[in-house]
Design a binder for this molecule. Structure first.
Ligand SMILES: Nc1ncnc2c1ncn2[C@@H]1O[C@H](COP(=O)(O)OP(=O)(O)OP(=O)(O)O)[C@@H](O)[C@H]1O
Ligand SMILES: [Mg+2]
Length: 74
């Protein structure tokens, strides 16, 4: 089991170290980074299966994994 998740400079996540339990519930306002958190976890899982390049490409390429600024509401 994974006990700690650490992410730096992925999408909107600058630096985060979070403990994981048997069940971890993530809550927060819109745009706070919940989806980016699980995308990072999924990317880590894909890289552990040797599928990092495909996963990055499917996620929009390397550029999508970098900070793209705050959401603009039209
Ligand atoms: N490369 C990027 N990819 C995705 N989001 C990015 C990126 N760079 C910056 N952001 C910003 O990260 C913020 C957090 O997005 P995220 O979708 O993870 O929030 P959320 O907590 O899941 O929101 P919601 O509750 O609306 O689903 C958004 O404001 C978005 O504009
Ligand atoms: Mg979301």
């Amino acid at each position: 089991m994974i006990h700690t998740l650490a992410i730096a400079n992925y999408r909107s996540l600058r630096q985060i170290i979070m403990p994981l339990g048997n069940l971890t519930v993530v809550t927060g306002p819109n745009g706070s980074g919940k989806s980016n958190l699980y995308k990072a976890l999924r990317l880590l899982a894909e890289s552990a299966s040797g599928n990092l390049i495909n996963a990055l490409a499917q996620d929009g390429g390397l550029e999508s994994s970098l900070w793209a600024g705050p959401e603009t509401i039209a």
